[in-house]
Write a protein that binds this ligand. Structure first.
Ligand SMILES: [Fe+2]
Ligand SMILES: [Fe+2]
Length: 190
């Protein structure tokens, strides 16, 4: 599907604030791709599509996983909203015709991250947090600097924030997020 067509479709199904966020992630991802030497168009496509299943309710996400045979972990069952990443990758493939595995996996891992992420995975994971329309994270200026300079450090700081936030809300933390945090902490020798 052409990018203009994808945007038209997303504008119809996503809330205006979510659509604006997706445009923000697209733009930041393209800038980061330019800086780190990744394909700009691919980064933009992953960015615009990363939340393409975010309009579904938790029940709908679980139903889609059932229907398409996507495995659901216990934590995902309890916090089904994180499944918008898995279902998003599925939709990118079947509804929007994306067959590039790098793009699909960047969508797939945008909520939890994963140890040893690809460049595009790190770009989308980070762009999701620093795009200008999103409510700023604590230490956003430092994270923004790192996002355009030392990307692994930006990934680490975002994970640290996420874990602090989830701990403060007593919401379950996906084990992948913890593993990813530990991986980047070790990588950066922090
Ligand atoms: Fe998301
Ligand atoms: Fe997002």
């Amino acid at each position: 599907m052409e990018i203009a067509q994808i945007k038209e479709e997303l504008k119809k199904i996503l809330k205006p604030s979510r659509y604006r966020h997706s445009i923000g992630v697209e733009e930041v991802a393209m800038d980061m791709a330019a800086i780190f030497g990744y394909d700009i168009e691919m980064a933009g496509l992953a960015g615009i599509l990363h939340d393409c299943a975010k309009h579904l309710s938790e029940q709908e996400l679980l139903d889609e996983c059932n229907k398409y045979g996507l495995p659901v972990t216990d934590i995902e069952k309890r916090c089904a909203h994180i499944l918008h990443a898995k279902v998003g990758a599925l939709y990118a493939r079947i509804k929007y015709g994306v067959d590039n595995e790098e793009i699909l996996s960047a969508i797939r891992y945008h909520t939890t991250g994963r140890p040893d992420m690809t460049l595009l995975e790190k770009i989308i994971f980070t762009a999701d947090y620093i795009e200008p329309y999103r409510k700023p994270l604590p230490r956003i200026d430092e994270i923004r600097w790192a996002a355009y300079n030392t990307l692994d450090l930006a990934v680490y700081m975002i994970l640290e924030n996420m874990i602090e936030y989830l701990e403060s809300t007593a919401e379950a933390i996906d084990t992948t997020t913890i593993e990813t945090y530990k991986y980047y902490k070790g990588l950066l020798k922090l």
